[in-house]
Design a protein around this ligand. Structure first.
Ligand SMILES: CCCCCCCCCCCCC/C=C/C(=O)SCCNC(=O)CCNC(=O)[C@H](O)C(C)(C)COP(=O)(O)OP(=O)(O)OC[C@H]1O[C@@H](n2cnc3c(N)ncnc32)[C@H](O)[C@@H]1OP(=O)(O)O
Length: 242
């Protein structure tokens, strides 16, 4: 049986091989990307804090950050590409579900339905996303530079235990608040008869989207728990390929 020292050496060798295989251009790109994304989410954090301190209310806050939020959240799509071309060792499916659900919240709920923008639940998921992304992208940046301050590693692999469920609560409450408006306005819906002979009801789509959190969220959460055990406790985890 191999000793834990042997396991550690094998693990370190494998990580070094992976980093060498990635190549200098990919590493430079990832470093640039992660620094830009950290900066973007820091700008969002500062803008939100300044807005709240100046106005003393969260009303109007979403509108003040909408453009920046749309830009940086949509830019996260690039991460699905990183997984697909293999420059980061993460599942395309896990990353895709995470990124697409956020983009959906930003473009098709919060930005499309003005009436929900002043809901407290919007502020809840915005704050949660912002804290998560600042710690996540700064962790990736330092990791690429092989110098991760412990508090950043700690934040990356502990805060999600509280933030992930809070983010889900914020998102679900926001979709729930959108339901009556969607039903009343029939937005993004297609009724029969029409020349395509297809019908689509955004209201029921949203209900299905809310229900899909039940099977999908635990998978993302347990994936993160496995990552946590690997990074903080050095456990070797064998994951199935996509
Ligand atoms: C069409 C609409 C349908 C709607 C239906 C939706 C249903 C959806 C249900 C789910 C809803 C979720 C809602 C989410 C809400 C929130 O986000 S709340 C806020 C809290 N959130 C989090 O904490 C997010 C946690 N999630 C993530 O971090 C990621 O999304 C992830 C994909 C799950 C991360 O996993 P993974 O990348 O596998 O783990 P890591 O440990 O971070 O990284 C693994 C290795 O990959 C390297 N790496 C990854 N990305 C980069 C990068 N950009 N740059 C450099 N390196 C990167 C990382 O360093 C690791 O490498 P090694 O150290 O070599 O192992």
């Amino acid at each position: 049986m191999a000793s834990s020292e042997d396991d550690g050496a094998v693990d370190e060798k494998e990580t070094n091989n992976r980093r060498r295989n990635r190549g200098a251009i990919a590493t430079a790109w990832l470093t640039f990307y992660n620094i830009a994304m950290t900066a973007g989410w820091l700008v969002l954090a500062i803008t939100m804090m300044r807005f709240y301190l100046q106005k003393g209310t969260h009303r109007g806050l979403y509108r003040s950050i909408a453009k920046t939020l749309k830009f940086f959240q949509t830019a996260a799509l690039v991460e699905v590409g990183h997984c697909a071309i293999g420059i980061v060792r993460t599942s395309v499916i896990v990353t895709g579900v995470q990124v697409c659900s956020r983009i959906f919240m930003v473009w098709f709920i919060a930005s499309s339905i003005r009436q929900v923008q002043s809901e407290e639940s919007v502020i809840l998921f915005l704050v949660v996303w912002t804290v998560t992304e600042i710690s996540r992208y700064s962790y990736y940046t330092f990791n690429l530079l092989h110098q991760v301050p412990y508090f950043i590693k700690w934040a990356r692999y502990n805060l999600f235990i509280v933030l992930y469920p809070l983010g889900v609560v914020g998102e679900l409450l926001t979709i729930y608040a959108a339901l009556p408006i969607v039903r009343r306005t029939a937005m993004y819906s297609l009724r029969l008869p029409n020349k395509y002979n297809v019908s689509f009801d955004y209201y029921y789509f949203l209900i299905i989207a809310m229900l899909s959190y039940i099977p999908l969220f635990p998978q993302l959460f347990f994936h993160m728990l496995r990552q946590r055990r690997k990074v903080l406790h050095g456990e070797v985890i064998v994951e199935k390929d996509d």
